[in-house]
Each structure stands twice: as structure tokens, then as C-alpha cells.
Design a protein around this ligand. Structure first.
Ligand code: SF4
Length: 407
């Protein structure tokens, strides 16, 4: 064996060792997750269909899913056994912050363990009583030059077309707008927003969001998208939706056929945990991608859900298999009632540093902190530069080896 091959083999064997812990974690984690995500969820689905007297066609109909949302403690307790204390706490929190989950998302939960990430994202906890933080840390009220519009950048903006969502995520950073009511913006307001875009030639990129814009019926959504598309200076349209995750039944062939008439169109979703990557959710993403719509994922770092390097890696690698590109990881904002999900930037950076070198670049999103006051996105990067001047730069690699480049 020549020397070069010997060195390469030695290096390859070290690289294998480097990933052994992750592979052991992956086997165990996927075994447990698939027990709940794939096996238990089918049992839960049968029970839920039985309870509602529904069949497979009903279950696969998004209108049925919406109509049968679970939003009362008494109904929830028919499926998940709640202690008296939990029952009381759920009732108390319900008065403060609305909650609801689709039957589909409920079927993904672990009925025995309230600390399972899917449960945590959908069901209230006593920690929501904490009154620290703000309801509008992004000062959206001050970046609102026309009805339904949020504008923070020179050439792109957001239209919020509705405050409705299929479920009310406990970590929602827009609690101020979401959950109080299911309100679709009036035609008059949407018209004023479109008029603003038409009169602002600087805007080339429009993000349609909410709430969740896919809560609108196809015709209403098409009316908005087609009118934005007619504006000559709008180059791209983006849709922000969590429905592929919380109610994948919404991603119908009809919806995809409608959307693909308005390219270039992009869609961003929010998967936060591998337990959300079910067969139904993956199939929904594939229908969107097959319609020629590139998909990106915007995860939020959430304590107890995904503040773990291996979970983020598994999620991102799973997303790539579903043809969804991990696009952003958001640092959680200091929103009242969600502070129990916060992590430190330090912790987030450690996870980002781990990802580099341990997974494909395609599975490494940008870590973003939204500046308070609506001042825009700040990318957060682990620091790889040790020192730098006119003559040289010293850096460290993903393995923490020091390298120097002399100019
Ligand atoms: S889908 Fe998005 S906007 Fe709606 S409740 Fe969840 S996080 Fe908030």
C-alpha cells in the first residue's frame, strides 16, 4: 500500500469514529420516534375517526380536519388522560391564550408523555403564565406602511392576509395577532396592500403570510396571488405556511395546480422536529415541489424540542430527503407566554458549529436573530477567525485545527 493510501485510510477511519455517536443516537431516536410517529399515530388516527364517526375520505379532507379541531379540554381529555391539576391548568391557560389542534396533529402526540416535543408545540403548559417578555418584540405596528403590510427592507415586504392558523403553536412568535380570532383580512385591506405594492416600484419580492395564507380557500388565495403577479416589478412571490406540517391534507392537487400558474413562486414551511416528518407531511411537500415550487424550511430553536445538535441534524437530513432545503433557523424572540422555549445564542452557535463538518452544506441553514424593533435579520455565525491582519489570517477548522494563510 502506498503512503498516500495509508494516510487516506487512517483519516477515513478517524472520520468514521467522528460520526459513530450520531449514528447510534440516530438508530435509537428513529426507533422511538417511528414507534410514535408511524405506529402509535395510526392507532390514534383510528380512535379519532371512530370518535368522530369519520372515514378515510373525511380524514383526508382539510375542511373536515378544520371543522373537527380539538380546542376544548373536555374533548382533549377523551384522548389524553389529564390529571385534575393539568385539566385545571389547561382551562386557565385557555382563557388567556387560545389553543387548538387538528385531529391529524393530535394523532402524532404521545398520549402518555406531555414532554414529547409534538405535545409541547400544541398543548398549553403552566409556563405560559409567565408575563415577562413582550407581545410585539418586532414592533410590527411600526413597520406597517399600509394595511396588512410589514416592510423592513428596501425591496421586499410581507402581506399578512389572515390571522387564522390550523393550530395555535405554543411557541408562536406572533401571538399578538394569532389566536384571538380567525380573521381573514377584508377585501378592502388586501386591495389597499396590493395598491401599495403596485405604487412602490422598489418592491421585487412579496411574501404572502399570516397567520397561514393556505387557510384561505383556493379562489380567494388565487385572487390575491394573481393580482400580485400582474404587478410588473414584482419578480418573485413567496408563501409562508405551516399547513404542510400541521394539516398536510390542505396540500391538494387543485391547490398545487393553481399555484403553479404563478411562477416564480417559493414556499417556506416550519418543521421543528423529526416527529413532524410523517409520510403525509413528506407527501404534501413532494406535491408542492412537483409543482415546481422550491421549498425551504424555517425552523425555530425551541428548548426541549430541538436544542440538540443530533435532532437538528436528523431533521435537516430528513428534510433534504423530502426535497425541502433547510433555509433558516430562527433564534426565538422574547415573546410573552413563550419564554420557556428560549435558548441562548451561545447554545445555538454550538449546534451550528457542530453541523459544519458533520452534514452536507445543503443541510446547514442560516442561523438568524431578528433584531428587536423590526430592524431586520442578523445572521449569527460561529467565529472561525482567530486573528487577522494585513499579512495573515489564522482560522480554525470544523475539527478545531488551527490553520494560517499568509497573504
Ligand atoms: S402556524 Fe405559525 S403563525 Fe400560526 S400559530 Fe403556528 S407559529 Fe404561529
Amino acid at each position: 500500500m502506498d503512503e498516500k493510501r495509508r494516510i487516506s485510510l487512517e483519516r477515513a477511519s478517524k472520520l468514521n469514529e467522528e460520526i459513530e455517536d450520531f449514528l447510534a443516537f440516530k438508530d435509537e431516536f428513529l426507533r422511538k420516534t417511528s414507534e410514535i410517529r408511524d405506529v402509535l399515530s395510526s392507532k390514534h388516527k383510528e380512535e379519532l375517526m371512530d370518535y368522530f364517526g369519520a372515514d378515510e375520505n373525511d380524514w383526508n379532507d382539510w375542511h373536515w380536519q378544520l371543522h373537527n379541531r380539538i380546542s376544548s379540554v373536555s374533548l382533549l381529555s377523551k384522548f389524553i388522560k389529564l390529571s385534575d391539576e393539568q385539566y385545571k391548568m389547561f382551562e386557565e391557560i385557555s382563557k388567556k391564550y387560545r389553543w387548538a389542534t387538528t385531529p391529524y396533529y393530535l394523532s402524532l402526540m404521545d398520549y402518555e408523555d406531555m414532554s414529547y416535543p409534538i405535545n409541547m408545540m400544541a398543548l398549553p403548559t403552566a409556563a405560559e403564565n409567565d408575563t415577562s417578555g413582550e407581545l410585539d418584540p418586532m414592533s410590527e405596528e411600526y413597520t406597517n406602511p399600509a394595511p396588512c403590510i410589514t416592510r423592513r427592507y428596501p425591496n421586499r415586504l410581507i402581506i399578512n392576509v389572515t390571522s387564522s392558523c390550523a393550530m395555535f403553536c405554543r411557541h408562536c412568535q406572533r401571538r399578538r395577532r394569532i389566536g384571538e380570532s380567525d380573521r381573514i383580512e377584508s377585501e378592502e385591506n388586501i386591495e389597499a396592500a396590493i395598491e401599495y405594492i403596485r405604487n412602490t416600484r422598489e418592491i421585487r419580492d412579496v411574501l404572502i403570510t399570516g397567520g397561514d395564507p393556505l387557510m384561505l380557500p383556493d379562489e380567494m388565495l388565487e385572487k390575491i396571488i394573481s393580482r400580485v403577479r400582474q404587478i410588473p416589478h414584482v419578480e418573485i412571490i413567496r408563501i409562508g405556511s405551516r399547513l404542510p406540517v400541521t394539516m398536510p391534507q390542505r396540500i391538494t392537487k387543485e391547490l398545487c395546480d393553481m399555484l403553479k400558474k404563478y411562477h416564480p413562486l417559493f414556499m417556506n414551511v416550519q418543521f421543528n422536529h423529526p416527529g413532524e416528518l410523517t409520510k403525509d407531511a413528506v407527501a404534501a411537500c413532494e406535491r408542492i415541489v412537483d409543482a415546481g415550487i422550491p421549498m425551504g424550511n424555517q425552523m425555530v430553536f425551541l428548548k426541549g424540542i430541538n436544542n440538540d445538535k443530533y435532532i437538528v441534524q436528523l431533521l435537516n437530513e430528513g428534510l433534504l430527503k423530502a426535497r425541502v432545503r433547510p433555509y433558516y433557523i430562527f433564534h426565538p424572540k422574547q415573546v410573552m407566554g413563550t419564554r420557556h422555549f428560549e435558548i441562548t445564542v451561545e447554545e445555538g452557535l454550538k449546534i451550528m458549529k457542530y453541523l459544519r463538518g458533520h452534514t452536507s452544506g445543503l443541510a446547514i441553514p442560516q442561523y438568524i436573530l431578528n433584531a428587536p424593533g423590526g430592524l431586520g435579520k442578523i445572521p449569527l455565525l460561529p467565529n472561525y477567525i482567530i486573528e487577522s491582519d494585513e499579512e495573515h489570517i489564522v482560522l480554525h477548522t470544523w475539527e478545531d485545527r488551527e490553520v494560517e494563510i499568509i497573504y
